[in-house]
Design a protein around this ligand. Structure first.
Ligand SMILES: NC(=O)c1ccc[n+]([C@@H]2O[C@H](COP(=O)([O-])OP(=O)(O)OC[C@H]3O[C@@H](n4cnc5c(N)ncnc54)[C@H](OP(=O)(O)O)[C@@H]3O)[C@@H](O)[C@H]2O)c1
Length: 344
């Protein structure tokens, strides 16, 4: 069994990792930490994690973590996460970081996150863990920058069209994205109280969402494709729904576009391209590691509409992180991840 640790285990991403790893036959969770120390077993503190008897949340300590684990998931707020991931990686551990700290070059990170970036050697070692597009690099990586939740939903929706050259050059791609409130983590804030969220819906971080450069860099290392990303808050616990509007090149039909997507994702276990006329729904992915995508061509405006949905804590965070761990260890990509969505 691989000995695994979770730094940030008491956060939403960390708890989802624990939920997934409870059913993973290749790993044993040996170390869980947060920013506090707990007297209770995980099974008592979080009753839905009943199988974790005898494991307590410890205040994070580098040396303890190094001694207890072979591989570590680091799921801390951006600004703290990447430096800790880097220390563990320098100590010889294989590390998957769920934050935004390792996803961007230093100047871009510092301007979009308004925080100091980690050292260059750490960034150089980090492989961007979008599993469906970088499986070979992930398999030989020792440090993974796990992609952001909006970025994953958007990139899985846009990359086939961009790589196949379906979009008109020099046009901006519009991305209208919505997230459930667990995307912001468990910290208490007035805007995330029930009375504010319920029956409500509005955009946030307009013009400055930090996943914008992550998406643009992955679409084109030369930043040749611009994305206008609008993120909005849904009054639900989990789920991301993204609608992309791609100005379509002359002569491209629905059949052309559909076959690009269906072919690209035909043998990926977690990305499903739905048939003509279907639209993806959050309830079909909630609690699972799946992303559902559908494509439509609006002939009147010559726009390719691509819709994609995923669970922000699964394929948008912990699920994809475990998928990365599987690829890094040569295990079947689906190990521990085949739970179907919680429906209805
Ligand atoms: N939530 C999502 O949907 C999502 C999706 C993709 C990526 N992410 C990324 O994943 C990371 C974790 O997100 P989250 O939603 O799980 O956050 P969260 O719910 O706020 O949890 C944060 C975790 O970090 C711990 N922590 C905070 N500061 C620490 C420090 N200085 N030293 C040690 N531990 C510390 C907290 O411990 P205590 O419990 O003791 O406070 C908690 O365990 C973030 O970088 C986020 O951007 C989240």
């Amino acid at each position: 069994m691989l000995r695994v640790g979770i730094v940030g285990a008491s956060g939403y991403g960390g708890m989802e990792l624990l939920r997934i790893l409870a059913g993973h036959k290749e790993v044993s969770v040996e170390y869980v930490s947060g920013n506090h120390e707990s007297d209770e077993d995980l099974a008592q503190e979080y009753p839905f994690l009943g199988s974790y008897q005898g494991l307590k949340i410890r205040k994070y300590d580098l040396q303890e973590c190094i001694e207890a684990c072979d591989s570590v998931f680091v799921a801390l707020p951006s600004g703290s996460s990447g430096a800790i991931a880097g220390q563990l990686w320098r100590a010889g551990k294989r590390v998957i970081d769920l934050s935004g700290d390792l996803r961007l070059p230093q100047p871009l990170y510092e301007s979009w996150y308004e925080k100091k970036a980690v050292d260059q050697d750490i960034l150089d070692a980090a492989v961007y863990g979008l599993c469906e597009w970088h499986a070979d690099a992930i398999a030989s990586a020792s440090l993974i920058a796990n992609p952001g939740c909006f970025a994953t939903a958007t990139l899985l929706a846009l990359l086939p069209a961009v790589r196949a050259g379906l979009l008109q050059e020099s046009k901006v791609v519009m991305v209208d994205a919505k997230s459930g409130v667990s995307g912001a983590g468990k910290a208490v804030a007035p805007a995330r109280q029930l009375a504010e969220l319920a029956d409500n819906f509005y955009p946030y971080r307009v013009g400055k969402h930090q996943h914008t450069p992550e998406i643009e860099r992955e679409l084109s290392p030369e930043f040749a494709v611009q994305v206008l990303l609008t993120t909005q808050l849904l009054p639900i616990a989990r789920g991301i729904a993204v609608s992309c509007y791609i100005p379509l090149k002359d002569g491209v039909s629905f059949a052309d576009a559909y076959s690009v997507y269906a072919d690209r994702y035909s043998d990926t276990p977690f990305v499903r391209v739905l048939g003509k006329g279907s639209v993806p729904q959050l309830k079909h992915v909630r609690g699972s590691n799946e992303t559902h995508i559908s494509v439509h061509v609006d002939e009147r405006t010559r726009t390719l509409q691509v819709f994609s949905v995923l669970d922000n804590l699964q394929k948008g965070a912990a699920g994809q992180a475990v998928q990365n761990l599987n690829l890094m260890n040569g295990w079947p990509e689906t190990t521990g991840l085949l739970t179907p969505a919680l429906y209805p």
